[in-house]
Design a protein around this ligand. Structure first.
Ligand code: PRP
Ligand code: URA
Length: 215
């Protein structure tokens, strides 16, 4: 579902997604289950986000006759998790697209300014102009991290970039759309607002800490 007020946004409203997202938000959900849910939700969001993935033809013989089918160009898909929390989304999507390559971008938010700080970037050697980049990060809060990740990819020649997240805030969707109007965002939820510390309300808390059990 695309929303009128947020033209770059696609909301995944499927009942399975909403069921799993509700479990993910629950403060009582332990780390082990949290990881599993992030994995499953990432796969479901990726299903939505890959509807227009480029394909090529593939010739096969069925037991009865010849068929011209299709195949995705998986090695031209680049998953780009934003460290740390984006790592939790990689395995679920790799189940769908096993030949996808994976790049990593390390960013953390300065807790006072909420500005992203880049500390790592390693991307696969592909033809950046034709590859499909999928940035993975469960949380789109102020949008600073996502916008910085897109800028980094574009500076390296990327043209086809999209963001897959689980929970987003209106502020973040607007920020990213203003900075990069060509980048579609796929999310399971558009929450109400940010609090004074830049946390999404109602949200799910700190995604990295819940994934890795660091608090
Ligand atoms: C979280 C989250 C995003 C970012 C979102 O990471 O995983 O990357 O915050 O916030 P923004 O939209 O306001 O930029 P965090 O900075 O906490 O780092 P971590 O994943 O290493 O915990
Ligand atoms: N990062 C998180 O992990 N959670 C939020 O609510 C906002 C940013």
């Amino acid at each position: 579902m695309a929303t009128d007020r947020f033209p770059t946004l696609t909301l995944c409203t499927h009942p399975l997604v909403q069921h799993k997202l509700t479990l993910l938000r629950d403060v009582a959900t332990p780390t082990r289950e949290f990881r599993l849910l992030v994995d499953e939700l990432a796969l479901l969001v990726a299903y939505e986000a890959t509807r227009d993935l480029p394909t090529a033809t593939r010739e096969v013989e069925t037991p009865l006759e010849h068929l011209t089918g299709s195949r995705i160009l998986g090695d031209q898909v680049v998953l780009v998790p934003i460290l740390r929390a984006g790592l939790g989304m990689v395995d679920g999507i790799a189940q769908l697209i096993p030949t996808a390559r994976v790049g990593h971008i390390g960013l953390y938010r300065n807790e006072e300014t909420l500005e992203p700080v880049e500390y790592y970037a390693k991307l696969p050697a592909v033809d950046a102009a034709t590859a499909s980049y999928m940035i993975l990060d469960p949380m789109l809060a102020t949008g600073g991290s996502a916008a910085a990740a897109v800028s980094l990819l574009k500076a390296r020649g990327a043209r086809r970039v999209r963001l897959l997240c689980l929970v987003s805030a209106p502020e973040g969707v607007r920020h990213l759309a203003a900075a990069h109007p060509d980048v579609p965002v796929f999310t399971c939820a558009l929450d109400r607002e940010l609090n004074e510390h830049g946390y999404i309300l109602p949200g799910l808390g700190d995604a990295g800490d819940r994934l890795f059990g660091t608090k």
